[in-house]
Structures are given as C-alpha cells and as structure tokens.
Design a protein around this ligand. Structure first.
Ligand SMILES: Nc1ncnc2c1ncn2[C@@H]1O[C@H](COP(=O)(O)OP(=O)(O)OP(=O)(O)O)[C@@H](O)[C@H]1O
Length: 637
C-alpha cells in the first residue's frame, strides 16, 4: 500500500548489490544490529537538524522536540523506526540509499575470498549501516522529507534488496524519515515489545535523543476487564537519553562505553580501550577517545574517514573532524565536546583556530597515554598486541610527523628481533635495551623488503655469532621511521647494512688487531677485485661481519637505504645512482678460490660475488642473464 506517485525503478550500484549479498550471508547471527544501525542513523539525522537549525529556526517546522519513535505491528510483521531529524530529498535518497560513496569499496569487496565473505568481522570493517535492514527484512520502505522543504517534496523509496529500488514522490506532512521493515518470516520475533525495548536499552541507551515506544493502557472495570474504547496510547522514552560523555565516569559501565563506541565508530565489535576526560581551566572540553579492535578497510586510503565527532556545548557540529588528531593517530575514534569553539564553526575555521591546535596537542597526549596504559595493563593479555598488529604500521608514521612526541611514540613501538626470530612484532625498544650486552652502546637494526630477507641477511652473521640482538624491520614505512628515530634512551639506532661496522666495546683489542692484519694481508686481492668490478662498486673491502657468506653489499652511512630506494623507484621517483661497497669475507672458501684465480675466471667470480650479495640483500640485478652466464661458466669450468 503506497500513496507515492511518479514512481521510477532504478538499479543499485554494483557495490551495493555485492555488499547486500555479503551482509545477508555473513551477519545472520548478529542480525539484531539492524536496530542499532537504524537508531544510530536516526540520531545522526536529529543531530544534523539541530545543527542546521542554529542558523534557521524555521527548519524545525514548529516541532523542535527531536525524537526517535519505534513501533511494531506483530500481525503485519513490521517494525518502524521514525525520526523527526533532517530528512532527505530525492537526490539524497538516491545517493545515500542506492550507492556506497566510500572510495576503495569495490576493491575491498573484490578482495574478499569465498571464506572471508562468510566472516562477519570482515564485513563489519566496512560499517554496514542502513543496508543491514535487509538481514531481517524482505522489503524496506523509506518515507522521508527534508526539513524546510514543501510537504509535496516527500520521497518514498522501496526495495526488496535484490538489485533494484523504486523511488516516487510523496505528500508528507512531517519532516524527517520513517523506515518500515517488512520482516522475513524467520525474523518476526523482532516485532515484539519487550524484544525491541531490550535491544534499545542494550545498544542505544547512551544516545542523547530520546527513543520512544508506544504504550497502550486500557481502563479496567470493577471486575478487572478491559473497558472497550478506553485505550490510551502514550509514547514512553525507553533509553537513558543523556549523552554518555556528559555523565560522570564513575557512573558509566564498561558495557555502556562499548555500546557507545559502536554508535560512534559504526563498528560492531568491541573497542580495545578508551579514555574519557573532562578538562576545565584554560581549555574546556570533554573527550572520549577509543582504540578500535580492528582496522577500517580504508585505513590507508587518502580520503578515508578519520577524526572525532565534534560537538560544541553538546550540539553536534560535524563527523570526522580530522583537525584534532594527527594523521598517525587516524585510527582513534571518539567524541570531542568543547566550549572553546563557536557553534558556527566550519572546517575552514577549524584550520585556522589556535584553540584547535591546543586541543589537538592535548588529545594527542591523551591518545598516546591511553596506548601506553594499554601496553602496561596488557602484559599478560593480547590487547596491546592486537592493537600493534592492526595499527602498528600507522603509529610508525609518528616519529616523522610529530617530533615533539618522538620519545613517547618510540616507547610504544614494537619490533621483530633476532631475540625471538619471529615475524610477530612484539619487542619494545626498552626490552632491547634491557638485554644489551656489556659494552654494547648502540641499538642495531636491519631493514629489508620482507621478514625472511631481514632475518637471513648476511649482515647479521657477526651479530648472531656474538649474540648481539638486531631488530628485524621489513614494513614499508620502516626505513622512513628509522630516518626519524635516531636515538632511544640515549642509545643511537644503527643500521647494520650501512657504513663501517662498529661493535664498540663488544669486540676486544685482540680481535681488532687481527682484523687489521687480515685487511693488510688481503690488500692485493681487494685491489684486483676493485679493478675487475670497476664502476659497479664504490669500494671493495675485507670484512669481519660475515661468517657464512662470502660477500655482502653495504651502503655509505648517510645514503638512503635499499628498501626506501626501491619504494621510491617503484613510485616513479628518479633517484641518483648509488654504488654499493662490496665487502668480502676473507675466511670463505669462495674468496680463497678467487684469490687463486686469474684471467676470465677471476673476473667472472668477482662479478658473481657482487651479484649474489645484491640478490641476498633483496635487490634486482641490472643484467641477470649476464650473472647466469658467468655462473654457468664457472660451474662448467
Ligand atoms: N534516518 C535518516 N535520516 C536522514 N538521513 C539518513 C537516515 N538514514 C540514513 N541516512 C543517510 O544515508 C546515509 C547512508 O547511511 P548508512 O547507514 O548506509 O551509512 P553511514 O551511516 O553514513 O555510515 P556507516 O556505513 O558507517 O554506517 C547516511 O550517511 C545519511 O546521510
């Protein structure tokens, strides 16, 4: 039954169809989330109207008591969620309920394998929103009108969630939105008073807008029987209806904090931790910040949503206010409510307001402290590790972006290391320092393209022999991180593949003397190799870093590392050529063989050693065919 006119049927964007399919399959056991999502959207719509009405009171159309109403009809099998918020016009409806605007969606959906498609957590990364209605409904009708427009400008949208929707015009007195779900046979349990009330209290208690449900009372006669025609229906508020962050900390339970997170972050898994603070004095604000338990699919998208929900004196101003947190904390979600900004603040004004910088720096500190506490409290639990595995590579952008908090961030970093030889990044710099050998003055690390390339690098041979720990770095951002993190706890951080090897006092005088003697004895060999390799190398040396490999390549101390070079070259950034230093292991049989060779064999062997060293470090040969040819010549000689 509909009164809509001039109906038109349109197709969903392909991504919507895919998402609907995925959701219906994977979220079956979490299906009650549909109600939270619809209430969340309705509350946002009320917030938006309140904000818009700051400038133009008329938008309320005489009805400024914002509210959400939930009704059901168990005979018809319907549930209705209604709000008197901002509403939508025809274009809004088509854009919001027919497409998904987030960039990267198509790629994300395509990447999901068959098994992953059934995994509720993965689809949850996406934020399911309005479309979750179709988990429980086989037909959804949306009736809406944008506040401030003519009653004739109402819109009706209908869909069975199967590829298309119908949209038509509707005369609608009330502004705001009404969503009617026609429940599937197996979901009719939701058309029930106590079930709905329970869900509202569980999921939406903290929403400031009152959520109301009808209560019908009937007068009784003296015998206790209903008096016919005496029914009176009143709308009762079922949620707490106070903004959660305004309430005193001590009165809020963990479950309430978690439920609020789900509303703010559009996530349906629990956060890892949160930090709720009221600040009074020079700055006046309340912040409630959360660390999510999983990454949104667009964490690395340039225009991915980030930032906090901004309120000024309890009035919602905007979502995703990114000016209050640095980029390297873009995973933090939450709310900021302040008295220090004016109600008509815009994104442009935020960029120039000095108060914003002050709050940003305070929220940054709060976030870092919250992470520190999570690390400390979770010594035995997995929470910090989950955080690190999920967001560690984002936090690694910190020391470069935010020098003033470098030490703090450094304390939060976790690495793989030769101490465990495991790809799990779970060792802190403080752990490393605690384990440093007597006489060791530096923190050593290696950067490679992959964990195995780092772990098996020839550069580590001497360190392993002497039992000196080396951090194994292989994330794309690692070299950039290390270029900004040169010190921790007074110890310098040193790349073992760059510059002269200096083990400090870990080596005794005798060892150093023996090395000098070997270097002298091999002077002639070094000269010959240098001549044979000519322009391909910067220098040839004898080394004592190696115990098992015949040779390795090293870069000068201040040169950009191999990993960063490859990333920049792949991004099309031309870089001046850098020639490696070739270091030879004087104790290796191949080097001894080289010493005894001459003519073409010497030349071939010298080139083979250089090329092998480049391969072992993860590099690409300029002329791989020449390498194979030389190797074959030596093998068949
Ligand atoms: N009750 C409503 N009143 C007004 N606009 C609405 C309402 N419900 C949905 N919308 C509009 O539709 C858009 C899409 O809603 P949807 O729930 O799919 O996603 P979302 O809330 O933006 O984010 P998420 O996918 O993370 O939940 C909203 O951003 C909003 O603009």
């Amino acid at each position: 039954m509909t009164t809509a006119t001039r109906e038109e049927t349109l197709g969903f964007q392909t991504e919507v169809k895919q998402l609907l399919n995925l959701m219906i399959n994977s979220l079956y056991s979490n299906r009650e989330i549909f109600l939270r999502e619809l209430i969340s959207n309705a509350a946002d719509a009320c917030d938006k109207l309140r904000y818009a009405a700051l400038d133009n009171d008329a938008l309320y159309e005489g009805d400024s008591e914002l509210r959400i109403e939930i009704e059901h009809d168990s005979n018809a099998g319907t549930v209705t969620v209604r709000d008197n918020g901002i509403g939508m016009d025809r274009d809004d409806v088509i854009n919001n309920l027919g497409t998904i605007a987030k960039s990267g969606t198509a790629e994300f959906l395509q990447q999901l394998s068959g098994e992953q498609q059934k995994d509720a957590r993965l689809i949850g990364q996406f934020g399911v929103g309005f479309y979750s209605s179709f988990i429980v409904a086989d037909e959804v009708t949306v009736r809406t009108r944008k506040a401030g427009t003519d009653a004739a400008k109402g819109v009706e949208w209908r869909s069975a969630g199967e590829g298309e929707f119908t949209i038509g015009e509707l005369e609608r007195e009330a502004h705001g939105t009404e969503i009617v779900l026609h429940l599937k046979d197996n979901a009719r349990e939701f058309a029930d008073d106590s079930r709905l009330q329970h869900l509202v209290r569980t999921y939406s208690d903290h929403i400031e807008v009152p959520v109301k449900m009808p209560k019908t009372e009937t007068a009784k006669d003296d015998d206790g029987n209903d008096v016919e025609g005496s029914e009176v229906t009143t709308w009762e508020t079922v949620n707490e209806a106070t903004a959660l962050w305004v309430r005193p900390k001590g009165e809020i339970t963990d479950d309430e904090y978690k439920a609020f997170y789900k509303h703010v972050a559009h996530d349906f898994s629990d956060p890892l931790t949160w930090s709720h603070n009221k600040v009074e004095g020079k700055l006046e604000y309340t912040s409630l910040l959360y660390v999510p338990g999983r990454a949104p699919f667009d964490l690395y998208e340039r225009d991915g949503a980030r930032g906090v929900k901004l309120y000024v004196q309890r009035v919602f101003i905007m979502d995703d206010a990114e000016q209050f947190l640095p980029l390297y904390l873009r995973f933090i979600k939450g709310v900021l409510d302040t008295r220090d900004l004016s109600l008509n603040v815009s994104r442009e004004i935020l960029q120039q307001d000095p108060q914003v910088d002050k709050i940003k720096s305070a929220l940054t500190k709060r976030s870092l402290d919250m992470l520190k506490k999570l690390a400390k409290d979770s010594k035995d639990s997995e929470a910090y590790q989950t955080f690190w595995n999920t967001f560690g590579s984002v936090l690694k952008e910190g020391p470069g972006e935010d020098p003033s908090n470098r030490e703090k961030i450094a304390g939060l970093l976790r690495f793989s290391s030769t101490h465990t030889d495991s790809a799990t990044q779970d060792q802190s710099l403080a752990d490393y320092v605690e384990r440093m050998k007597e006489g060791q003055q530096k923190i050593y690390y290696i950067v490679a393209d992959g964990f195995n390339a780092a772990k098996n690098s020839p550069h580590l041979e001497i360190f392993r022999k002497k039992g000196i720990e080396v951090l194994l770095l292989s994330d794309r951002v690692d070299e950039w991180l290390m270029s900004h993190l040169t010190e921790f706890d007074g110890k310098s951080l040193t790349d073992v593949a760059k510059g002269e090897l200096d083990l400090g006092e870990v080596e005794d005088e005798e060892e150093k003397k023996a090395q000098e003697e070997t270097a002298k004895a091999k002077e002639e060999l070094v000269k010959r190799v240098q001549e044979a390799l000519g322009e391909s190398v910067q220098e040839v040396k004898v080394t004592h870093r190696l115990t098992a490999s015949p040779a390795c390549v090293v870069l000068p101390e201040h040169e950009m590392g191999f990993q960063m070079r490859r990333i920049m070259e792949a991004a099309g950034q031309p870089l001046p050529e850098v020639k490696p230093i070739l270091e030879l292991n004087p104790d290796h049989t191949l080097v001894t063989r080289l010493e005894g060779a001459d003519g073409d064999t010497f030349n071939d062997l010298a080139h083979i050693l250089l090329d092998q060293a480049i391969i072992a470090e993860g590099g690409h040969l300029d002329d791989p065919a020449a390498y194979v040819k030389r190797l074959n010549a030596v093998l068949t000689a």
